[in-house]
Design a binder for this molecule. Structure first.
Ligand code: ATP
Ligand code: MG
Length: 562
């Protein structure tokens, strides 16, 4: 074993292959198509960011960082009805938490005047008209993929009439839905997007930034590309479902004669046992099926943050899954693996007993307390330490004792020995039971010569278990989280069922634990490891009387990434 270690080549990670976006960017830079790159992250402020957005953030910000460019944060706030300042603020907090900093904070609504002017420009060029048809008539008139659409009876209005009507729309003369502005392109175009797409709709609603200034709002397709163009975004990266929009994106840029931004699509992130639709996540919150957007079971960034996932782990995960052009369902276990990787390296260790069994050390001097200096992280034995009190009355985990133990059981059994982590070897001399035969206490004796670093010769036993001193133990609330849904692929909810039918009834279990006192003084700001149990993080619901810890993830898992 040792030989093979010696001969092993030094661990060196192979440089990762460029993903297709990096290839495009390197080519554009090499050919001088762009001098520097500019990306943007364009959230709609209608909900909290989730893990899918983290992928998009890591990509947009990551690419700009890698190639010395910049990234704008641009709120895609063209739908006044669903948007809110609460979301605007949370989005900024989440991006910063992930470790990124935007160049400019911008809003599509900043460009409403410019967009309006461009709409008038199209009208004047005969490329747009006001349509009086109802939403339903417009939908019907679009035709189908194999049947051309029918032109609107209002399609051939004069430029003057269109201008007057559009200005009246803006001035508030018409009710919601009474009129729309449409581009005049081609009602028989094979790409349905080109069958006179909507540019503006009437919506008498207050906007979170522009207030009541506007009662007409531009549609996504008439907004996104132009905003990119105004900001000189070189690479506008979005998810695959927008590929059908790309020709239209290019068309507006061409007819308006503005800066040619380009759109590139990648596959959205889907995770097993996870839903990532803001609309459905909002429903879970509104129906009280979770405690809020930041419920630790939610895939929102505030949820996973409260759960104890670190930005380092999320970035590692986004890097590992790479960028694909085909939709894929990623295994949530890979994310959990990344969390463990990060926390294993950095987290402080403490001992917590979840299901206590009392141990009395019969040969311990009554009332004596011995403080052990224990490393906070075993990977750094010389690093910071914590003081752990040892006394004659301890708790160990019930599961670490077995009366009729099989041969391979190396923890405590009658007449057997075990080491109490960081301290002595004890021997189980007597088992105390209640009237019903349940084991309620163990009488043990300790071997003073087995003190680590002490005088006695080192003696080893097979098992080492964790423990806490009864007198010093702090009672804490433990919230044990599991997956929110029971279905691996949440896109496969059967027709006759609802996604809510797959909520996991055991996704939250609340129990109690007994912790060594130093746990409550931990100031690391990241989750800690409860030795031999898992990773936990202090929750905001904690009070001085009742500290609360959320389970971040288990210590080990059979899962190994490919
Ligand atoms: P949802 O479907 O959850 O409402 P959305 O796409 O409407 O999400 P936006 O706020 O419009 O949410 O998204 C901002 C950016 O994040 C967009 O560029 C979008 O493509 C990207 N994004 C959203 N969901 C994912 C995902 N699952 N994987 C990768 N990128 C995503
Ligand atoms: Mg969207």
């Amino acid at each position: 074993m040792e030989d093979s270690l010696k001969n092993a080549a030094p661990a060196q990670e192979e440089p990762r292959k460029l993903n297709f976006l990096e290839e495009i960017i390197e080519k554009d830079l090499a050919e001088g198509k762009v001098d520097s790159i500019m990306t943007r992250f364009p959230p709609e402020p209608n909900g909290y960011l989730h893990l899918g957005h983290a992928k998009s953030i890591c990509l947009n910000f990551g690419l700009a960082q890698k190639y010395g460019g910049k990234t704008n944060l641009r709120y895609d706030d063209t739908n006044p009805v669903k948007e809110d300042v609460e979301y605007v603020d949370s989005i900024k907090e989440d991006i910063k938490w992930l470790g990124f900093q935007w160049d400019k904070e911008l809003y599509a609504s900043d460009y409403f005047d410019q967009l309006y002017e461009w709409a008038e420009q199209l009208i004047k060029e005969g490329l747009a008209y006001v349509d009086d048809q109802t939403q339903e008539e417009i939908r019907q008139g679009r035709g189908t993929v194999d049947r051309p659409g029918t032109p609107s009876p209002w399609r051939d209005r004069s430029v003057e009439e269109n201008l007057t009507l559009f200005r009246e729309m803006k001035a508030g003369k018409y009710a919601d839905g009474e009129k729309v502005l449409r581009a005049k392109i081609d009602m028989a175009h094979p790409n349905m997007m080109f069958r006179d797409p909507l540019l503006y709709r009437i919506k008498h609603a207050s906007h979170h930034r522009t207030g009541d200034k506007w009662c007409i709002y531009p549609m996504y397709d008439f907004t996104h590309g132009q905003c990119d163009s105004i900001e000189h975004i070189t690479h506008s990266i979005c998810t695959l479902e927008f590929d059908v929009h790309r020709p239209l994106y290019d068309w507006f840029i061409k007819v308006l004669g503005i800066y040619p931004s380009h759109q590139y699509e990648f596959a959205r992130l889907n995770l097993t046992y996870t839903l990532m639709s803001k609309r459905k996540l909002l429903e879970l919150v509104q129906k009280g099926l979770v405690s809020g957007w930041d419920d630790p079971r939610m895939p929102t960034l505030c949820g996973v943050r409260r759960r104890g996932y670190t930005p380092e782990a999320l970035r590692m995960f986004c890097d590992k899954i790479g960028v694909s052009k085909r939709d894929q369902l990623m295994d949530i276990q890979l994310l959990e693996w990344c969390v463990r990787q990060d926390l294993n390296a950095r987290s402080n260790r403490y001992m917590v007993v979840q299901d206590p069994l009392k141990v009395t050390i019969t040969n311990w001097e009554k009332g004596k307390v011995e403080w052990f200096d224990c490393p906070l992280n075993p990977a750094d034995p010389e690093g910071a330490s914590r003081k752990v009190p040892f006394t004659g009355e301890l708790y160990i985990e019930k599961a670490d004792f077995m009366e009729d133990a099989p041969k391979k059981f190396f923890r405590l059994k009658p007449g057997g020995e075990v080491r109490l982590k960081y301290t002595y070897i004890i021997k189980c001399d007597e088992v105390i039971k209640d009237e019903e035969g349940n084991v309620i206490e163990l009488k043990c004796s300790y071997d003073p010569s087995t003190r680590p670093g002490g005088e006695g010769a080192w003696r080893s036993v097979k098992g080492t278990i964790h423990w806490v001193s009864v007198e010093h133990a702090k009672s804490i609330e433990l919230r044990l989280y599991d997956r929110l849904f029971t279905l691996a692929d949440m896109s496969q909810v059967p027709e006759d069922k609802d996604y809510k039918d797959f909520l996991n009834p055991d996704s939250l279990i609340v129990t109690e634990g007994f912790a060594e006192p130093a746990l409550l003084e931990d100031g690391s700001g990241i989750p800690v490891q409860f030795e031999r149990i898992g990773y936990y993080v202090c929750d905001k619901d904690s009070t001085p009387e009742k500290p609360v810890f959320n389970k971040t993830t288990s210590l080990k898992d059979s899962y190994k990434p490919e």
